[in-house]
Write a protein that binds this ligand. Structure first.
Ligand code: TRP
Length: 353
């Protein structure tokens, strides 16, 4: 039970091109949530510095994610779209959270272990502290819901740990300042300043796999461009990639169990289900027994129908840099109003003059 006003926040890093997995796993959910919630969608450019400080074209990447948001149907007037570094309160709150979170919490993050690899001593301090900045992104707006992929679940748990520790460390001060919202933590009612944010992970296609290897996630860093459908691919390229997608020689099975041990078949069925807002069961019911030579053209037509308008709108927007930059400036200003209020409250709670 929490009485925090519901607000959705999510962030996407401006590194590499967006692909079908990002669209189905994240952006499409961002679009749908606009109907039920106030939403803040952020291109997290400061996060992009954690793994690699110098980027070839950071402004271009930031604009490209923004264009993908807009082309997919995110409304920057009704909601907020901006890039993180425009609102300095993200970094300011991240510092406070660096002092709330424990080093042990950060060391346990599997994404840090994966990204840092064997040479942990040589990873940037920013890469270790990354989840603290992510918690700040979310909590500077006191967001209650965050649509993310399942790989971000652990970071969301950490965000809750930070919120909870802050709420309990400062519960008296929060009450004294009259800034708390009554929240239930276990069986105890406390005056919390931060909500315990919920991840929104469910959905028909949480994992879109590589078109070349059904056991690997579709990824922007895969060397083979045939392994993924980029959001900027035109109709012809989309069809070609689906035509050349790896499959096995069997026809589609007659029931869901028949997909077990057939990762490529399962991936294509999952993509069809997600693109058509349906389920794998329904797709199997319709196409079970058919050869891939029959299924692939139908899948390809569906993918082109859904994605080609987005890719052409993206290309149109990317030719209009002035418009994109104006959207980010306007979003940054409106986000800044909320973030400044949070930092003002926090200065009072913490005792920073
Ligand atoms: N860590 C997220 C990712 O790599 C990106 C991100 C940064 C984010 N801040 C966020 C996602 C806040 C949701 C909310 O995908």
């Amino acid at each position: 039970m929490s009485e925090f006003k519901e607000l959705v926040f999510s962030g996407v890093q401006p590194t590499g091109n967006l692909h079908l997995g990002n669209y189905l796993g994240a952006i499409r959910k961002f679009v749908a949530l606009q109907q039920s919630h106030n939403c803040v969608y952020c291109v997290v450019d400061l996060h992009a510095l954690t793994a690699q400080l110098v980027h070839e074209d950071l402004p271009g990447q930031t604009r490209s994610i923004t264009a993908a948001f807009l082309a997919s149907g995110i409304d920057p007037k009704a909601h907020i779209v901006f890039n993180q570094s425009r609102v300095p309160q993200h970094a300011e709150l991240a510092w406070i959270f660096n002092c709330v979170a424990r080093i042990g919490w950060m060391n346990r993050m599997t994404q840090f272990k994966d990204k840092a690899g064997k040479d942990r001593e040589n990873a940037s301090l920013g890469l270790l502290a990354y989840p603290s900045l992510m918690a700040a992104d979310i909590l500077v707006y006191r967001a209650t819901h965050v649509p993310v992929g399942d790989d971000q679940k652990q970071h969301l748990e950490l965000t809750r740990d930070i919120a909870q520790k802050f709420n309990s460390d400062f519960s008296d001060r929060i009450a004294q300042c009259g800034l708390g919202v009554e929240t239930l933590v276990g069986n105890e009612k406390i005056n919390g300043y931060f909500p315990l944010t919920e991840p929104l992970i469910e959905g028909p296609a949480p994992r879109v796999m590589s078109l070349r290897d059904g056991t690997k996630k579709m990824s922007k860093s895969d060397v083979s461009d045939l392994s993924r459908i980029n959001l900027t691919d035109d109709a012809e390229t989309i069809s070609k990639k689906i035509r050349r997608a790896k499959t096995d020689p069997e026809p589609l099975p007659g029931d869901l169990e028949g997909l077990a041990g057939r990762p490529e078949a399962e991936n294509l069925v999952g993509i069809y289900a997600a693109l058509s807002d349906s389920t794998k069961e329904a797709v199997i019911a319709e196409f079970g027994g058919q050869q891939f030579s029959a299924f692939k053209p139908i899948l390809s037509e569906l993918a082109v129908t859904v994605l080609a308008p987005i890719s052409s709108e993206m290309r149109r927007l990317l030719d209009d840099v002035t418009y994109i930059d104006a959207v980010l400036a306007d979003g940054g200003e409106r986000a800044g109003v909320i973030a400044q209020k949070t930092m003002k409250d926090l200065r009072e709670i913490i005792g920073l003059l």
